[in-house]
Write a protein of this length. Sequence first.
Length: 550
Amino acid sequence: MTNTSTVLALKYRPQTFKDLIGQEVIAETIYNSIKHNKSANAFLFTGIRGVGKTTIARIVAKSLNCENGIDKLCEDNFCIHCKSIINSNHIDVLEMDAASKTGVDDVRDLIDFSRYGPTSAKYKIFIIDEVHMLSKQAFNALLKTLEEPPEYLKFIFATTEIKKIPITVVSRCQRFDLSRIKTEKLFRYIKKISERENGKISDDAIKLIVKISEGSVRDALSLLDRGLVNNSEGEELNLKKAQKIYGYFDKSSLIELFNNLFKGEEDKVIDIYRKIYEAGVEPKIFLNDFLEILYLIKNISSIKLDGTNFSLNDEEFNEINKISKQIDSKDIILFWQFTIETINELEIVSNPNLSIEMFLVRLMYLKDYNKKSNKDSMIVNNDNVNELSKEKQTSLNYKIVDQIKNITQQDESKPKIKSKETTSKLSINSFEELIEFCIKKKEIKLKYELEFNVNLVTFIEGRIEIAFNENLDKNFIKELSNKLYEWTNKRWIISLTKKKGLITKREEEKINKDKVFENVKKSKVYNKVLEILPDSELIEFKINESEKND
């Protein structure tokens, strides 16, 4: 099972079927088919990276050609065939990377080569890795040989993208879907390898490696290799150090961010996010982990905390459990949808980091989680409201926040004076009304952006969706959102999309003006002018308002 390579992923590469982990059913099926001389003409292995596709292909090649037979397949003292296959220099076992040889000419050379029997081994075997990269013509050229190959010829294909392979090819192969390695098995395997390498590493650090590898043995071994190399002699690789090495931030930071988000602690939320970002976490990865926490909050009651689940430790499990009891499921679904939209938005903005900060701020305002600045305000649990005396209740103004079921108690001695305009429920029901209101409020900059650079997709009260326009001012969304809240006393959602929006108002005006211009040129008045002054040309016109409808 081992060789002299210093890279763990190669050093501990399985050499026999019994060395494989997590693919026992597939290994047993192939073993029995070869043992009873019923092996397929072509094998097709598919699965994610690092689960053993190429490794199993080589084991199959060795099993078919080993001098000792499949029951005594070489493990340590390799025969000439097994040794050559391991070193990828066997004359009858050709390994080909379809990513570099994609054309029909490469496949034709392969077919021509297959017409001659094996030189020294029992079978001539073609192993084609990443076979989905072959061109359509190359696949078509392969079909006939693949269906009825000579008795001495075997094909072994490996791919990570099975859907890109024509169904005509798949139907001619014996297909095996390699699954991700389960966390418990991978944990035991990595722990065994670390002990063999005399590496001091904590169980929590191994759990982190297993989690990051996502069921890939090669990824897990590469991460272990990296961790042991970075570790000083005699020092244990613990969880905190492993997180720094792998650029992975602790879930507890994200859970703390959620706690502060639901409390409306804007400064703390942004501060936690910036620390996560400075640790090297990309905005898109942050949002994916954000979605994972939302999922856990929604489904924590059905998740078991045991040795096979490395997503959460005891403390994180308990914290998420507390949050889930305080938050309405409808809000979690709303947050989920809003996060998905923000992930799509990241592809069209120049600075994703700023988008994430604005996303977190918008979440707090989306459901009125924002913290009130009044120093005399205090949060009173909803269950304790009835305990307050009626006299005290009449002297206080309570505002119920539906989603977190809290009440803001404000001292009547410091009432807020609001203008008639603020207290009245102003509604803006169309894009045109919004432009008119900008004129009324003398917001010239906003009016300019709305008319010149906004391609409207949808407009309903409380939500505006616009197509991305590179000419749009980077602060436009923030400024418009603030003004709409000031004017309507409501929070508006303004989102960018890759959908094609309407033309801008100025473009629309220009088109309309051009149409009127053409109509004026066709008018009787203009034609009469041309009769009198043939060299005249219409440059500008003005329609008399009193005669507009004539």
